[in-house]
Ligand binder design. Structure first.
Ligand SMILES: Nc1ncnc2c1ncn2[C@@H]1O[C@H](COP(=O)(O)OP(=O)(O)OP(=O)(O)O)[C@@H](O)[C@H]1O
Ligand SMILES: [Mg+2]
Length: 384
């Protein structure tokens, strides 16, 4: 889904329309864009048309719209252009930006030109910023988690980019699994667990009231330390999620199961025994089955909580290869105790200690050149 950007200004003003056209041009269709005035003029300002034409953009067919005509409430970014009013009073969009650009209405044409250039510079900056943010999968802000009175996560702030493997390391009990569970609201299921702060997935706060945890968990799948196949056949394990989401057609189910098992690199080993109970598989196979089960509902994100700790080196290697293939089309957050594993597969690594996120960086930086002495001590195996 494309993110939506709306520019809002006062009545009579052409600034939001210039901004809309310039943004559309600069962002090359990456975003939806609209503009509105609080009290729109009937016709678009001829001087604005003129100065935009000078740079090759025709806005003569744009029509000034009122704020009720463009869907401001559902927008991801709201930019007010020289509006003497806080955006908070307009909407609760995730991003609110205020541009202090004065109204050129009635001024000589040079002032229009200056206004246009000013808006163009701001628009280019904004497009650059938003394009970088599109690649952020999870944006975690001021996240706290308490079990009863005890804090398990203390003010976590973290951006997890899309299509990468992000490793979380740290000693036992530091909060790695707790953090993972915050990303698909598995903590909702733990009595006593209390979350505060914000977790944005593709710009939407997953703790908002409108978010349905079951749909969220379809998008953000999870695989645990110990393989936990359901007490049913291999086929039914993988078909479980799609069935819950209403897919009944046998052929379609078979296709989905085969695709997921192929993605999890298990198909060749099980294609002839699909109706055998899942627990007859080896530990490594069971773990790949659990990954296939998570993949069958086509998630955007996979949360893996020490997925290899119960596996032998050969199975571990297969799962690591699998992760590297999967990150082409999804984002993986991996909790691991195995430093070698983190350094082999992760693009980025975060080090946690006692509920705090101590340091985040590229995996090579964290392992070769940690900035914090506590990270250094942990990497060198002095504790944990
Ligand atoms: N359901 C729960 N109820 C109460 N406290 C909990 C619960 N789950 C975890 N905790 C506590 O929260 C803290 C963090 O636990 P968590 O399981 O997130 O750590 P971890 O880093 O995953 O550890 P490990 O590496 O051993 O898996 C620990 O002190 C733990 O005892
Ligand atoms: Mg854990």
């Amino acid at each position: 889904m494309k993110r939506r950007v709306v520019f809002v200004c006062e009545r009579n003003s052409c600034r939001s329309q210039m901004a809309e056209a310039l943004f559309r041009e600069a962002s090359k269709g990456q975003f939806e864009v609209a503009s509105a005035g609080l009290n729109p003029a009937k016709e678009i300002d001829p001087n604005a048309i003129l100065v935009m034409k000078e740079i090759g953009i025709d806005i003569s067919s744009q029509r000034p719209k009122g704020t009720s005509e463009v869907n401001i409430v559902g927008s991801d970014v709201v930019v007010t252009v020289g509006l003497d009013m806080s955006t908070d009073s307009l909407v609760s969009a995730p991003y609110k930006i205020e541009w202090d650009i004065p109204d050129p209405t009635g001024a000589p044409i040079e002032v229009y030109r200056r206004t246009r250039d000013l808006i163009e510079a701001r628009v280019n900056e904004l497009v650059k910023q938003l394009s970088a943010e599109v690649r952020v999968k999870f944006r975690i802000r001021n996240l706290w988690l308490h079990y009863g009175e005890r804090p398990a996560l203390k003010n976590i702030n973290l951006d997890i980019p899309a299509n990468c493997i992000f490793a979380i390391i740290g000693p036992s009990g530091c909060g790695k699994s707790s953090l993972l569970r915050c990303l698909n609201r598995m903590n909702d299921l733990i009595p006593d667990a209390k979350v505060s702060g914000e977790v944005f997935l593709d710009g939407v706060n997953i703790y908002d009231k409108g978010i349905h945890p079951v749909e969220l968990r379809r998008r953000v799948g999870m695989v645990f330390q110990k393989p936990n196949p359901f007490p049913m056949s291999i086929f039914d394990n993988v078909a479980y999620g799609p069935r819950i989401h209403g897919i009944k057609d046998k052929r379609l189910l078979s296709e989905i199961v085969e695709k997921a098992l192929r993605e999890a690199v298990l198909w060749d080993e099980v294609k002839d025994i699909l109706h055998r109970p899942a627990f007859t598989l080896s530990g490594g196979q069971q773990q790949r089955l659990c990954i296939a089960r998570a993949l069958a509902v086509e998630p955007d994100v996979l949360l893996l909580d020490e997925p290899c700790s119960a596996l032998d080196p050969a199975s571990t290697l297969r799962i690591e290869e699998l992760m590297l293939e999967l990150k082409e089309h999804l984002t993986i957050v991996l909790v691991t105790h195995n430093m070698f594993q983190a350094s082999r597969v992760a693009d980025m690594t975060g080090f946690m200690l006692d509920g705090e996120l101590i340091e985040v960086g590229s995996t090579s930086q964290i392992f070769e050149n940690p900035r914090d002495e506590r990270t250094d001590a942990f990497i060198r195996g002095r504790f944990g």
